[in-house]
Ligand binder design. Structure first.
Ligand code: BG6
Length: 487
C-alpha cells in the first residue's frame, strides 16, 4: 500500500463520465493525482455517457467542475496536461453491437496502455450490460479492472444478481467494489491503532469495553438526489456499507497479515456474527427518522418531504443497536447512528470502557476512546485526573489528545477517491469489498427492512439541525447509557 509504488500508464474508462459523482469526486480526484505528479504519460481517461458531445465540451464541463469542487481554477500547466489525457465517447451500453462499441474499440486498441480499468459510475442495473458489452467487443484484457460503485443492489438478491452478471466476464480479483470510507485516512488508521500498538489489544474485549458508538453525522440534506434517495433511505445508503465496514474494522480479530484475503476473511467473520435484528425486534433496536424543516448553522432549510410531492416514509436518519455473537463481543452492544441535516458533519467511533471495579473517588466517569474520522482526524482518550490544588481529591475528565493535524504538521490528506483510484490502477484490492462482504452485509440489512415493513415502522420526524429523533436517545437511555456528548 506504499504511496511509493509507481502506477503504470493506464487507460481509465469512466462510464457515467458526465454524471454527478464523476464530476464532483472521480475526475477531481484523478486531476489531483496528476497535479501531484503521480500519473504517468501517456495515460488516458475516457469519459462515456449517452449524450453526444465534443470532447471540448466535456473538457469545458470538467474545468467548471474542478473550479467548483476544488475551490479554484485549475493550475494552467496541470490542466493542459490533464485535459490532453481526456477523450469523450457517447455510447448506449445496453446495445452490444460492434457498431455501437466501435469508437471505444478503436480508441482502446490504438496505442493501448499496459493497465486498463473501467469505472462504472452508473446505475447498478446496467453493471451487467456494461460487463457483457465490454466482453462481447473483446475489450476485456486478462488483468483489466472493473470498478463498481455502491450501492451494489438494493438487497441481497439483487446484489447477488449483479455479482453473478459481472462475474461472468470478470474474475473476482479483477472486481474492485468501492466503499469510499475504506479510502479515508483515519479509517485506515483504525488498523494502525489496533494492530500497530500493543496497548489496545488486551483491552479490546467484552470484559473491559462497556459498549461502542459509531456516529456518521452529515449537515447536508438529500439535495438533488431525492429521487434516488426515496428508493434507498439511510439504512441502505449508509449503514449497509460505510457503517458496517467501520463495525468490521473495530470488531475484527487481528488478521495474520495485511494481505487482502487475510483482512477480508476477518471482516466477513464479523458480518457473519451479527445477531439478526428481525421481526418485532426492529421496534426496540432500530429507530428511523426523517428531517423536517429547521435550521442548520443558523440557515433555514426545508424538510425532506418539502422536496417531494407526496408524504414519504423514507428514513434520512437511522440508529440501531447491534450485537456481535462471538467470544470477544458477546454482551457488548454497538450503537450506530447516521443522519442527514444534523448540526455538523462529524464521523467518529467511541469506545466506552467499563467503570472502575471499586471506586475510591466520587464523580468518576468511565474512560472513553474517541476516534474522530472526520473532519478533525485524531484520537482522544478521556482519562480521569486530579484537579490541581490543595482542595482534596477532586477528579476531572481530561483528554489525552492526539490530533493528526498537529502530529503531522498540518498535512492535508488526499480525498478517499484519490487513494482508491490509485489502488485500482496499481491492482491492489485490499481497500475494496469482496462479494461475500456485500452479501453478508445485505443479509443483516434485509432482516431490518423486512421487519420495518411487517411491523409498519414509521419514520419519526426530527428538526433539521437537531441531533435526530427522540427515539435515538431512548434507544440508549433504556440501557442506562447515552450518546457521547454531542459536541
Ligand atoms: C455516500 C452516500 O456514500 O456517502 C451519501 O451515498 C453521503 O448520501 C456520503 O452523503 C457521505 O460521504 P462523506 O465522505 O462525505 O462522509
Amino acid at each position: 500500500m506504499s504511496s511509493l509504488n509507481p502506477v503504470e500508464p493506464f487507460d481509465l474508462i469512466i462510464f457515467g463520465g458526465t454524471g454527478d459523482l464523476a464530476m464532483r469526486k472521480l475526475l477531481p480526484a484523478i486531476y489531483r493525482r496528476d497535479e501531484a505528479g503521480q500519473l504517468p504519460d501517456p495515460s488516458r481517461i475516457i469519459g462515456i455517457a449517452r449524450a453526444p458531445m465534443e470532447v471540448s465540451e466535456f473538457q469545458q464541463r470538467l474545468y467548471s467542475a474542478l473550479n467548483k469542487y476544488l475551490g479554484a481554477d485549475p493550475d494552467e500547466t496541470v490542466w493542459r496536461r490533464f485535459s490532453s489525457r481526456l477523450s469523450y465517447l457517447d455510447l448506449d451500453v445496453t446495445d452490444k453491437t460492434a457498431q455501437n462499441w466501435r469508437g471505444l474499440h478503436t480508441l482502446l486498441e490504438a496505442d493501448a496502455n499496459p493497465v486498463r480499468a473501467a469505472y462504472l459510475s452508473v446505475s447498478p442495473r446496467i453493471y451487467g450490460a456494461i460487463a457483457s458489452g465490454l466482453s462481447a467487443n473483446n475489450l476485456v484484457t486478462d488483468d483489466m479492472r472493473l470498478v463498481l460503485e455502491k450501492p451494489i443492489g438494493i438487497d441481497q438478491d439483487s446484489a447477488n444478481a449483479i455479482n453473478e452478471a459481472v462475474g461472468r466476464y470478470f474474475n473476482e480479483n479483477q472486481i474492485f467494489r468501492i466503499d469510499h470510507y475504506l479510502g479515508k485516512e483515519t479509517v485506515q488508521n483504525l488498523l494502525a491503532l489496533r494492530f500497530g500498538n500493543a496497548i489496545f489489544e488486551p483491552l479490546w474485549r467484552r470484559e473491559v469495553i462497556d459498549h461502542v458508538q459509531i456516529t456518521v453525522a452529515e449537515e447536508l440534506g438529500v439535495g438533488n438526489r431525492v429521487e434516488f434517495y426515496e428508493h434507498i433511505g439511510a439504512l441502505k445508503d449508509m449503514v449497509q456499507n460505510h457503517l458496517l465496514q467501520l463495525v468490521c474494522l473495530v470488531a475484527m480479530e487481528p488478521p495474520v497479515s495485511l494481505d487482502v484475503d487475510a483482512v477480508r476473511s476477518e471482516k466477513i467473520k464479523v458480518l457473519k456474527a451479527l445477531k439478526p435484528i428481525s421481526g418485532a425486534d426492529v421496534l426496540t433496536q432500530t429507530v428511523r427518522g426523517q428531517y423536517r424543516a429547521g435550521a442548520v448553522d443558523g440557515v433555514a432549510v426545508d424538510g425532506y418531504e418539502d422536496e417531494l410531492t407526496e408524504a414519504s416514509n423514507t428514513e434520512t436518519y437511522v440508529a440501531l443497536k447491534l450485537e456481535i455473537e462471538n467470544w470477544r463481543w458477546s454482551g457488548t452492544p454497538f450503537y450506530l447512528r447516521t443522519g442527514k441535516r444534523l448540526p455538523e458533519k462529524r464521523s467518529e467511533i467511541v469506545i466506552r470502557f467499563k467503570p472502575v471495579p471499586h471506586s475510591i473517588f466520587s464523580g468518576l466517569q468511565p474512560n472513553g476512546l474517541r476516534i474522530s474520522l472526520q473532519p478533525d482526524e485524531g484520537v482522544k482518550l478521556t482519562t480521569m485526573v486530579k484537579e490541581p490544588g490543595p482542595g482534596g481529591f477532586e477528579l476531572e475528565a481530561k483528554d489525552l489528545d492526539l490530533s493528526f493535524a498537529e502530529a503531522f504538521g498540518g498535512a492535508t490528506y488526499p480525498d478517499a477517491y484519490e487513494r482508491l483510484i490509485i489502488e485500482v490502477l496499481r491492482g491492489n484490492p485490499t481497500l475494496f469489498m469482496h462479494r461475500d462482504e456485500v452479501a453478508w452485509a445485505w443479509r443483516f440489512i434485509d432482516n431490518i427492512t423486512e421487519g420495518w415493513q411487517n411491523e409498519g415502522q414509521k419514520v419519526e420526524k426530527y428538526f433539521a439541525g437537531s441531533w435526530g429523533p427522540h427515539g435515538a436517545s431512548n434507544l440508549l437511555d433504556r440501557d442506562g447509557r447515552a450518546w457521547q456528548a454531542d459536541l
